[in-house]
Design a protein. Structure first.
Length: 368
């Protein structure tokens, strides 16, 4: 009589450690053959050499302490130049005895953005409404002055990071709702509204921003009555907002077109009006799927604020270029441009990382 052996199946064992994780990825992608290994080692050597050169110049051999160019005696970067020009990089030519006003602006702006970014903040809707509809006017009045004993500070004295943030924030806050309205108008069934929206979008998208700023500086005063004038900052804000709104409209329109037709039909079947359908069903979905494109437009707008130099305004880049022409600090253009690039990179990186977090937070594609 034959006895059958019962085989016990062993559970699947995990793969070897040298084929998973970082080590596995390196072996599969960078060291999977002799030629690939040699190329990887050469590139690692060149990268390490370049990184070391930057670290050596920016930190090890750099000068940090002093108040004049005589303190820059080493072969590295002269950060004394940035230290001496710090207030100009931040505030432009704002009066020294009134610098507390832009500092209040920076502080309150950081607090409000932090409160809005934290999803557990109580009353976020009210904070957002205050930030959009009330805060700009309060800060504008504080920075301009001319009331309650505050001396008036003309906008041509504003500059540096202050003017960069003012233009970028106003452009972002104003262009988004205008862009949404234009996108809806371009998809409207009413010929007049659709034609007007299409012409507006195509005209503004076909003109460079540098031309828009120049024309806003020259043409807007011609439409004002005699004896009235508009400062350069207000002209720049109008030009940037209207220009950015056209690009924002196309971004939103792309999101509207990506929404399945069934969503529109379901809203119509519920008997919702046009604005309820758009506000409650269509637009939330369209804005969610276009977050990367919207943030990309915001990043472009933030960097394009440097173009206001052509109308005589000095943003953080303009201040940096003006500073390197000072006879007392000739030869430190590299430090100036590196610092300005770092400022722009920090703000753009923060916006991009927050958009990624927000996109993941709002991602409901896994839900059924």
């Amino acid at each position: 009589m034959k006895v059958q052996k019962v085989h016990q199946f062993q559970p699947d064992l995990p793969p070897p450690e040298n084929t998973t994780g970082v080590i596995g990825w390196l072996k599969k992608n960078l060291f999977n053959g002799p030629i690939n290994t040699i190329v990887t080692l050469i590139l690692v050597y060149l990268a390490a050499k370049g990184i070391w050169a930057v670290v050596d110049w920016a930190f090890i051999r750099a000068d940090w302490v002093g108040t004049t160019r005589d303190a820059c005696t080493r072969d590295g970067a002269c950060w004394v130049f940035i230290k001496v020009r710090w207030e100009q990089f931040m505030y432009g030519f704002y009066p020294a005895d009134q610098l507390w006003r832009p500092r209040v602006f920076f502080t309150t702006l950081a607090i409000l953005i932090g409160l809005l970014a934290w999803e557990k903040t109580p009353g976020r809707k009210w904070i957002f409404a205050f930030f959009v509809f009330i805060y700009p006017f309060i800060m504008g009045a504080l920075l301009s002055g001319g009331f309650a004993g505050l001396p008036e500070v003309e906008t041509h004295k504003w500059g540096g990071l202050l003017i960069t943030l003012v233009i970028a924030l106003v452009g972002i806050v104003v262009s988004l709702p205008i862009g949404i309205v234009l996108a809806l108008g371009r998809r409207s069934k009413m010929p007049i509204i659709r034609t007007f929206s299409t012409i507006y979008i195509e005209v503004w998208r076909g003109v460079p921003l540098i031309t828009v700023l120049f024309m806003a500086s020259v043409m807007i005063p011609l439409f004002l009555s005699h004896g009235h004038d508009m400062n350069k900052l207000m002209r720049a804000l109008i030009g940037v907002a209207l220009f950015s709104a056209a690009y924002m409209a196309e971004v939103v329109r792309g999101g509207l077109q990506a929404i399945p037709k069934g969503q529109y039909e379901a809203a119509d079947a519920l008997g919702l009006s046009y604005w309820k359908k758009m506000g409650l069903i269509i637009l939330p979905q369209a804005l969610k799927i276009t977050i990367p494109s919207i943030v990309n437009t915001f990043l472009g707008l933030f960097k394009d604020t440097s173009l206001v130099m052509i109308i005589g305004m000095f943003d953080v880049l303009g201040v940096g270029q003006a500073a390197i022409t000072d006879p007392s600090w000739l030869g430190f253009a590299t430090e100036s441009y590196v610092f300005v690039a770092l400022v722009f990179w920090i703000f753009c990186f923060i916006m991009s990382r927050y958009s990624i977090w927000l996109e993941d937070r709002l991602n409901t594609g896994h839900k059924r």
